[in-house]
Design a binder for this molecule. Structure first.
Ligand code: CDP
Ligand code: CDP
Length: 212
């Protein structure tokens, strides 16, 4: 079984994808980390994320970097959304994600283009969303917990800027696949969101099995 989980920043897709991976005993890949690794390499080498050649030169990162907490910062997230707009960067990371999705036994991937590009034949596709204000509150709470003081207005502005870049780009823009089930987590606790996600996956699987 392949499950695709897409959605904007702080919609809750990572939390849901990890819970689904535990529930179904499937391996999980957070594909945003790959783009974040490219971004962290660009920053470390003092390259220009807007230049496609600079971003492509940063795609051969060491896998050890994927575990680095620095990748999870907003600075890296912002640059990740700049480098990820380059078609050649997306092409460089494509095979690795497709291999992960097609491994025997199945997999869960979360990101922006899993249901549309990486695994268009996924058995279940979820598109997770929440209002920008609520997503900003979530990110703000995370930053506060980590001891960082950033205003909620700044977090909201960053989220809106990233939504805009991710949705407007020509290469694999953030958009729900036509056959994805949309789950709005704005007013759901994590537990309720996970329960709803499991119900949706079951429904999508049953519908797909019925069609075969
Ligand atoms: O966790 P969060 O949603 O904040 O970000 P992320 O999933 O780690 O992704 C960081 C950036 O990488 C996003 O803003 C996208 O621009 C890009 N990305 C992408 O283009 N395609 C994916 N499949 C995953 C991430
Ligand atoms: O992966 P993505 O950036 O979409 O979001 P996440 O990392 O799963 O969730 C962002 C934050 O929102 C985390 O701190 C979650 O605990 C929180 N969250 C929430 O408060 N309510 C939900 N229904 C889902 C996530």
């Amino acid at each position: 079984m392949i499950i695709a989980v897409d959605g904007p920043a702080a919609s809750g897709k990572g939390t849901i994808a990890r819970a689904l991976a535990r529930h179904y005993h499937l391996p999980h890949l957070d594909t945003g980390l790959l783009y974040r690794a490219v971004a962290a390499t660009v920053l470390r080498e003092e390259l220009d994320p807007e230049r496609e050649a600079d971003a492509v030169a940063s795609c051969g990162f060491d896998d050890l970097l994927l575990a680095d907490e620095y990748l999870r910062t907003d600075e890296v997230g912002k640059v990740a959304s700049i480098v990820s707009a380059h078609p050649l960067v997306r092409a460089a990371l494509l095979q690795r994600q497709k291999r992960f999705a097609l491994q025997p036994g199945g997999a869960i991937l979360d990101g922006r283009d899993i249901g549309t590009v990486i695994a268009p034949d996924a058995d279940a596709k979820l598109f997770i969303k929440a209002t920008p204000t609520i997503r900003a509150q979530r990110r703000h709470a995370e930053l506060k917990k980590a001891g960082l003081s950033v205003s909620i207005d700044k977090v909201l502005a960053d989220i809106r800027a990233r939504d805009e870049r991710d949705s407007k780009r020509a290469a694999a823009p953030l958009v729900a696949a036509p056959d994805a089930a949309v789950l709005d987590t704005s007013f759901l606790s994590i537990d309720s969101a996970v329960q709803k996600a499991i119900q949706l996956v079951e429904r999508l699987r049953a519908a797909k099995a019925g069609r075969l």
